[in-house]
Every structure is written in C-alpha cells, then in structure tokens.
Design a protein around this ligand. Structure first.
Ligand code: HEC
Ligand code: HEC
Length: 191
C-alpha cells in the first residue's frame, strides 16, 4: 500500500511539474515577439494579438502555416521551422497569457448596437461563445485588432484563407464588405 501511495505521490508531482513547464516561455517565443509584440499583444497593422488565444486553435493554425494550407509572408517561413513539440509548447504558453483588453475608448453606441444585432442574427456567438472568448479550435475574437479582423474576414470570403474547414467561408458568403467592417469594429471594441 505504501509503495502504491508513493507512486501516486510521484505521479502527482510529475503532473504538477508538467503543468508548470507548459506556462514557461518556450525559447522560440522570442521569434514571435518580433512581429506579434513583446507581450504578444500586437502593435503592428494586420498582425494578430496572440496573448490569451485558445491553445487548440493556435496549434491548428501553426500546423496549417507549417503545411502551407494558410499562407502569410514571414509567418509561413517561421512555422516551417517549428516541430510538433514547439507548436504544442507555444500554443499552451500563449493560451496561459492574459486575454487582450478592450480599447480605453468605448465603441460608438449606435454602431455597436447595429453590429451586435447583425452578429446575433448570424449566430456568431453560438460558435465563438457569447463573450467571443472562443473554445478548442474556435478562436477568441473579442478585442482582437480591428484591421486584422477586417482583413481575415475578407480573406475567408474570397477564399484567400481556406481555414481548417469551410465553416468561415460559408459564414461570410452572405456578409457584405460594409458588414465585415462593422463586425470588426464591434469585436475590436467588445466589452
Ligand atoms: C515576420 C512576422 C511574423 C513572425 C516572426 C511571426 N508571425 Fe505569426 N503571424 C504573422 C502574420 C502577418 C500573421 C497573420 C497572417 C494572416 O493575415 O493570415 C500571423 C498569424 C499568426 C497566427 C494566427 C493567429 C490567428 O488569430 O489566426 C498564429 C497562431 C501565429 N501567427 C503564431 C506565431 C508564432 C507562435 C510565432 C513565433 C514562433 C510567430 N507567429 C511569428 C507574422 C509573423
Ligand atoms: C459554425 C461555427 C461558426 C460560426 C457560426 C462563426 N464562426 Fe467564426 N470561426 C469558426 C471557426 C471554426 C474558426 C477557425 C477556422 C479556421 O481554421 O480558420 C473561425 C474563425 C473566425 C475568425 C478568425 C479569427 C482569427 O483570429 O483569425 C473570425 C474573425 C471569425 N471567425 C468571426 C466570425 C463572425 C463575425 C461570425 C458571424 C458572422 C462567425 N465567426 C461565425 C467558427 C464559426
């Protein structure tokens, strides 16, 4: 019995060690910071914030960049140099960082209300969660950069960005370009 208890205690320590290691910054994070920001909150146009992003989603996207299914200058080359273990460690670490904060200035109430009505009608919140925090392979989109949100929704609609499956291309088909602009505004100011 003592023997079993020791084994269980040892296993618990191992698990704890594993959990702690997951939230330690992987060495390769320094490459990412050059474009995605020192705190992984992007200050650069059309480059997404990664802090607090869903680990399952990040891992799949890194894999897509690695395999060439999703393409972006710079990002594709970086992903090609990542191993499966790198992708797992980076995804887990990014998911452990704080979620992005809404901008200090609240969105224009009329624009926010109109875009919310559109997002509700299109059931964006059924997959992305009512607070747009995402889960598993579905990304957090609350308080992402507005320029990146606009660009990436346009890319889905034009099939520039194929995605892991066709879900977002289908979702975007009935959405006009003006509506994409308004949805990006709403999500980027979400609070
Ligand atoms: C040369 C600049 C550059 C570097 C370095 C870089 N990225 Fe990126 N990354 C981008 C750009 C640009 C995009 C957006 C691509 C697009 O528009 O589809 C992106 C997108 C991503 C996405 C998709 C996010 C989303 O919301 O869909 C992930 C995940 C990501 N990068 C992770 C990383 C990681 C991890 C590293 C470091 C190992 C890294 N990036 C290094 C430029 C870079
Ligand atoms: C049926 C589920 C579903 C619905 C409904 C849905 N999404 Fe998505 N969304 C996804 C999935 C899955 C992804 C990731 C796809 C991929 O691999 O690129 C995604 C990705 C996104 C992204 C990319 C975020 C990033 O970081 O690159 C944006 C922006 C987005 N969705 C906005 C919306 C908006 C706005 C609506 C409503 C008009 C919506 N979604 C409705 C499932 C959904």
């Amino acid at each position: 019995v003592t023997h079993v208890k020791n084994w269980i205690a040892g296993f618990a320590v191992l698990m704890l060690a594993g959990a702690a290691a997951a939230d330690e910054a992987p060495d390769k994070i320094i490459i990412c910071q050059g474009c995605h920001g020192d705190a992984l909150v992007s200050q650069n146009q059309n480059i997404p914030t990664l802090s607090g992003q869903q680990p399952g989603y990040v891992q799949i996207q890194l894999y897509l960049f690695h395999e060439g299914g999703r393409k972006a200058e710079g990002m594709s080359e970086v992903a090609q140099g990542l191993s499966d273990d790198d992708m797992r460690a980076l995804a887990s670490y990014l998911g452990s960082l704080p979620k992005p904060q809404p901008p200090a200035e609240a969105g224009d109430p009329a624009r926010m209300a109109a875009a919310k009505a559109l997002a509700d009608k299109e059931h964006c919140n059924s997959c992305h969660n009512p607070d747009y925090s995402g889960h598993d392979n579905i990304p957090r989109i609350a308080d992402q950069r507005e320029d990146y949100l606009t660009k990436t929704m346009r890319d889905y609609k034009s099939n520039q960005r194929p995605g892991y499956d066709a879900t977002m291309a289908e979702v975007m088909q009935p959405i006009s370009d003006q509506q994409i602009v308004e949805l990006a505004y709403y999500l980027a100011h979400f609070r």
